[in-house]
Design a protein around this ligand. Structure first.
Ligand SMILES: [Fe+2]
Length: 183
């Protein structure tokens, strides 16, 4: 993956630059979720327009919070789910393109998580697997992968309540409505 097209703020995040230093924040009591949020906030702030920043913020925080809700219900690791939700579109918002963003984003997320130095290898694998598979809405993968895919669909559908779900998300949305008792 080349970083030539990556926006400066995103590139700093990706490189593990420690502006304000993550270790100092850890001492100040910020947990891993807050530290990932801070990194993604910097990616969002690097976007060009106010509308783009707003949309990215709503989508990433929305998906992340739906990840928490779904993970709680299914007994999946909530912390990793929240982090996967925050990072899942990291490539889209860093590079400004959606093509193959899930696969490219998994590699970008891996670099960021490793640079933070506070995740076990297995945790990095789980988060990056979820990011890698999140565009494959019509296939089934692991528990955390499925939480992220469903949270992505939840956010899209709840943001426009009453609107018809996109073709590729309709089956998953119908299953979610049954699971969560939504009519
Ligand atoms: Fe998304």
């Amino acid at each position: 993956m080349t970083q030539a097209s990556i926006r400066p703020a995103a590139a700093a995040c990706l490189a593990g630059e420690r502006i304000g230093d993550c270790e100092a924040r850890k001492e100040n009591g910020l947990d891993r979720i807050e530290r990932v949020r801070e990194k993604m906030d910097r990616v969002i702030r690097g976007l060009a327009g106010e509308n783009e920043k707003r949309d990215a913020c709503i989508h990433l925080y929305g998906v992340s919070q739906f990840c928490a809700m779904i993970a709680m219900k299914r007994g999946v690791n909530v912390e990793l789910a929240v982090i996967a939700g925050m990072m899942h579109d990291i490539y889209t918002y860093s590079a400004g393109e959606t093509k193959d963003h899930a696969h490219k984003g998994a590699e970008m997320a891996r670099q960021v998580l490793i640079s933070m130095g506070s995740f076990e290898d297995g945790e990095v694998e789980q988060i990056c697997s979820a990011v890698y598979h999140h565009s494959s809405k019509k296939k089934k993968h692991g528990e955390l992968d499925e939480v992220l895919k469903d949270a992505d669909v939840f956010q899209h559908c709840i943001y426009h309540p009453g609107a018809l779900a996109a073709d590729k998300e309709r089956e998953r949305w119908e299953a979610l409505k049954r699971e969560f008792g939504i009519r």
